[in-house]
Design a protein around this ligand. Structure first.
Ligand code: WTA
Length: 669
């Protein structure tokens, strides 16, 4: 089954009520404490540049690519291909190297400039890494990978927590033209195994253990479990993080510190073609199998650098702190690539916002004089709920407060602005996806007026379209609702799904011909501002983590007692959405609490703890049409307490199951 079958419009998004909202302008105080002035003088200049980026994209992007990236060979063709053809390519004939752009060019200028501010799980255990040191570390690690047989175009699996070596690993891969495939270190052994096999990685990089929120994570053990079924993995490089005693497979496992010691501190970067792959990152779609989203070198890097510069208004000397994990796209683009491409210091935070207490983020911001902070609303909801007494910090260098990954409610937005930012920093609600590579609908800090809850206006080169999901036609004009698509290609868009180009086409380009389909519902208000409503496909967003209901269902069915299951996302005050599972069990099993617990464990084991259902309902049967299609809509309505609005249930093969399910849900509450 394709993610969204072509010609079959997705479900209509929820239409929000029209309401009056305040507009906030970039705060005067933010401009006063600015080291110089924002890169763009104001909304008029944005509009002018935006217009150029849409009407003359080759001129616009050609200029930016030469300004923001360093090329070993200049490109001739800025762009080729079409959205319909799914064959977009940028900066052809050009050659460059990602690690050179992130490290060397800054190290040559000022080797003592801080590249990485590592804030360890325990406060005061961190350290800094300068650009000069980073160049040495990256070079040595690149040698190690080469020695392990990694060649240009090969994929390397990275299963690392938030430590500086994660960034070193990314850059060591790109230095030799290898493709990193990072797996979030919260994924289970089964998930890691699937990704290692799908990407055909022969080398895996990990730690002995990880440390997060005062707890230890057995990363090496998880890798060992995963690799039992990955006979093609020849080498595992293990960074010693805690010094724990870990099992060792001789001839396969190597200590990072011992290996890097053997090599010189400089290796020349390998120039690659603009369109050579930079990385793979697996993400969830509507089907059970995660997709390996592929990004290529030049276009992706340009998206990261351009949004870093204009969206976050990064200036030389800034200290940038993105709280996202390197295991997700936010960490890729905004912990690693954007700040390093622009040659500023990036904070790598290993811990959680609640450890050792709820002031941790704010302490880090004060301690390192952070200028831009970027985090998901789920963390803000947690901290807001914990109470304002934890936000005593001054944070007087903050100019930009970013939000990412899920809609931010107006009251959380205002709390972020008033309590965290003291009305001296601008809130930017940035909308984007793993597939878009970098921010696509977002305010530009210091420039764009904002409205709480709106991601505001398109970034350069992004031409949004609101489409009527029923007719499939674009809806022009303002004050409209529909699904969100883009009608022009942009440099950092994903180029393919690893090993599944048809899936790529069906998911993004065959749904509405001539458009890239985002999978999100959106509105455009009377002033042309965009309001993201959330996914219209079977993707749920739990604490900013993107999960596929089909993937969780596939995990549940692996349990021997499960006959069938249906997973839906429900609104949750803290996590945005929560996973709820309905399970029909096989005969001979009883609906006990113990069994429900086993189902939760099954999901933790197959995917990872972050995907665990918050509630499991064991039901006699699922609501299905006569052709066997599960009506998840009915389940969502029941959970929302809207039993009186189930609509027409006569098309169900057995309408009586509805009352039985309602009874189960009521009993559980
Ligand atoms: C959602 C995360 C509302 C959206 C960068 C999208 C958002 C999915 C926002 C991508 C935002 C991301 N407001 N919703 N500012 N940003 N989303 O691939 O549903 O993990 O399609 O990338 O997150 O999730 P992904």
């Amino acid at each position: 089954m394709a993610d969204a079958a072509p010609n079959q419009p997705p479900k209509a998004p929820v239409v929000a009520e029209a309401h009056e909202v305040d507009t906030y302008h970039p705060p005067q105080k933010m401009l006063e404490k600015h080291p110089s002035k924002p890169h763009i003088s104001g909304i008029e200049e944005y509009q002018q540049l935006y217009k150029e980026s849409i009407t003359e994209p080759n001129k616009f992007w050609g200029r930016l690519a030469r300004e923001l990236l360093t090329w070993s060979k200049d490109f001739q063709t800025v762009h080729s291909g079409t959205l319909e053809g799914g064959d977009n390519a940028w900066f052809l004939e050009g050659e460059l190297n990602a690690s050179y752009n992130c490290v060397d060019r800054h190290a040559f200028k000022d080797p003592n400039k801080v590249a990485i501010i590592y804030e360890a799980d325990e406060p005061n255990e961190g350290r800094t890494v300068t650009y000069g040191e980073l160049l040495r570390e990256v070079s040595k690690t690149a040698y190690v990978l080469k020695q392990m047989g990694v060649r240009k175009g090969d994929t390397v699996a990275i299963y690392l927590p938030m430590i500086p070596e994660a960034l070193v690993a990314f850059l060591a891969c790109s230095r030799i033209g290898a493709v990193h495939s990072v797996v979030f270190a919260g994924f289970s052994a089964d998930s890691l195994r699937d990704r290692v096999i799908d990407a055909q990685s022969k080398v895996v990089i990990t730690t002995d253990e990880g440390k997060r929120g005062g707890k230890l994570i057995g990363t090496k053990k998880i890798v060992d479990d995963a690799l039992k079924q990955c006979p093609d993995v020849s080498h595992v490089l293990v960074y010693k993080r805690t010094g724990a005693d870990v099992p060792w497979t001789k001839g396969r496992d190597y200590w990072w510190h011992e290996e890097v010691d053997k090599w010189p501190s400089y290796i020349a970067p390998e120039p690659v073609n603009s369109e050579d792959p930079l990385f793979l990152l697996y993400t969830s779609g509507s089907t059970g199998k995660p997709k390996g989203v592929l990004h290529t070198t030049a276009g992706y890097l340009l998206g990261a650098a351009a949004t870093g510069k204009y969206v976050f208004d990064i200036h030389d000397g800034d200290r940038y702190f993105c709280g996202g994990d390197v295991g997700w796209i936010t960490g890729h683009t905004y912990v690693v690539y954007a700040p390093l491409l622009l040659g500023v210091s990036t904070v790598v935070f290993e811990g959680t916002p609640a450890y050792p207490n709820f002031s941790r983020y704010w302490d880090i911001i004060d301690k390192h004089k952070v200028t831009q902070f970027y985090v998901a609303p789920t963390a803000l909801r947690l901290l807001k709920r914990a109470g304002n007494q934890h936000v005593r910090n001054e944070m007087k260098h903050l100019r930009v407060l970013g939000s990412v990954g899920e809609p931010i409610a107006a009251e959380v937005w205002k709390w972020y602005f008033e309590i965290v930012g003291k009305e001296e920093a601008q809130i930017i609600d940035t909308y984007w996806q793993t597939e878009t590579g970098s921010n696509v609908i977002t305010p530009l800090a210091g420039v764009t007026p904002t409205k709480p809850g709106s991601a505001s206006l398109p970034f350069f080169g992004i031409e949004p379209a609101i489409i009527d999901p029923v007719s499939g036609e674009e809806i022009h004009g303002n004050d409209v609702e529909g699904v969100l698509a883009f009608k022009q290609a942009w440099p950092s868009m994903t180029r393919t799904v690893w090993g599944a180009h048809k899936r790529y086409m069906d998911t993004y380009f065959n749904v509405y011909k001539g458009y890239y389909f985002t999978g999100d519902g959106a509105g455009r208000d009377h002033e042309g501002f965009y309001w993201i409503r959330g996914r219209v496909d079977d993707v749920v967003n739990v604490s900013g983590h993107r999960l596929s209901t089909a993937e969780i269902e596939a995990a549940l069915i692996e349990h021997s007692a499960v006959a069938e299951s249906a997973v839906v996302g429900v609104a949750d005050e803290l996590t945005g959405q929560a996973v709820n599972a309905f399970v029909a069990i096989k005969e001979g099993n009883d609906a006990t609490d113990a069994l429900r617990k086993e189902f939760v464990l099954q999901v933790r084991k197959s995917i990872g703890p972050f995907a665990a259902p918050k509630a499991v309902f064991i039901v006699p049967d699922l609501p299905k049409t006569r052709s066997g299609k599960i009506m998840r809509r009915i389940l969502r309505k029941i959970l929302a307490g809207e039993e009186d609005q189930l609509g027409d249930t006569s098309t169900l093969s057995d309408p009586s199951v509805v009352d039985k399910i309602i009874a189960v849900v009521h009993d559980a509450r």
